[in-house]
Design a protein around this ligand. Structure first.
Ligand code: FES
Length: 182
C-alpha cells in the first residue's frame, strides 16, 4: 500500500515539472508581448514633446535663460536616436542645468559616473544624490562628496544663443577615474 502511494507520488513529479516549465514559458511569452506592445506606446509618448540632439551632439535644453531659476538645478530630458549597424534605437537621456547668477550656466551629463544611474537633486542636502549606491555630488562643481563614484560629474559644453541654452551632449565611460568619451 505504502509502495503504491510512493509510486503515485513519484509519478506526479514529472507532471509538476512540466507544469512549472509551461508556466515559465507562458510568463516569458507574456513579458515579450508586453515589451513589443509597450515599446511603440512609450516611443510615441516620449517622442513629440522632447528635444533631440543634432548629429553633432548639440541640443537645445531651454528656450529662454530668463525662465530658469537661479541657484536651483533643473533636469532636462531628451530623446537620443542611436544607429548601431542596422539596429536603430532610442534612449531617454538628460542633463542637469545649473546657474548661480542667471548668466553663466553649467551642464552635467545626467548619468552618475559610477555605474550610470540617474541621480536627483536633494533639496534638503542641496546636493545631487544617486540612489543606486548613495553617491553624492556638489551642485556647483560636480565634485564627489560621498559614495563610490570614481570622478566628478561629467560637465558638458554650454552655449547661449539668442537667450536659448544649448548643451553639447556626450557620454563618457563609467566607473573609471578619467573622463574618457564612450
Ligand atoms: S551608480 Fe551612482 S553611486 Fe553607483
Amino acid at each position: 500500500m505504502d509502495d503504491h502511494v510512493e509510486m503515485g507520488a513519484e509519478s506526479a513529479r514529472p507532471d509538476e515539472g512540466r507544469r512549472g516549465f509551461l508556466v515559465k514559458v507562458s510568463a516569458a511569452c507574456a513579458g515579450v508581448s508586453a515589451v513589443l506592445v509597450g515599446f511603440p506606446v512609450v516611443r510615441s509618448f516620449v517622442s513629440p514633446s522632447l528635444p533631440q540632439p543634432r548629429a553633432d551632439g548639440w541640443v537645445k535644453v531651454a528656450d529662454d535663460i530668463a525662465l530658469l531659476d537661479v541657484g536651483v538645478p533643473v533636469r532636462v530630458n531628451f530623446v537620443q536616436e542611436l544607429q548601431d549597424a542596422w539596429v536603430e534605437s532610442r534612449s531617454l537621456n538628460g542633463v542637469w542645468l545649473y546657474t548661480e547668477d542667471g548668466d553663466k550656466f553649467k551642464a552635467y551629463n545626467g548619468h552618475c559616473t559610477h555605474l550610470g544611474c540617474s541621480y536627483v537633486y536633494d533639496k534638503d542636502l542641496k546636493h545631487f544624490f544617486c540612489p543606486c549606491h548613495r553617491g553624492q555630488f556638489d551642485v556647483k562643481t560636480g565634485e564627489v562628496l560621498a559614495g563610490p563614484p570614481p570622478r566628478p560629474l561629467d560637465e558638458l559644453q554650454v552655449e547661449i544663443r539668442d537667450s536659448a541654452v544649448f548643451v553639447n551632449y556626450r557620454d563618457y565611460r563609467l566607473g573609471v577615474s578619467d573622463k574618457i568619451e564612450a
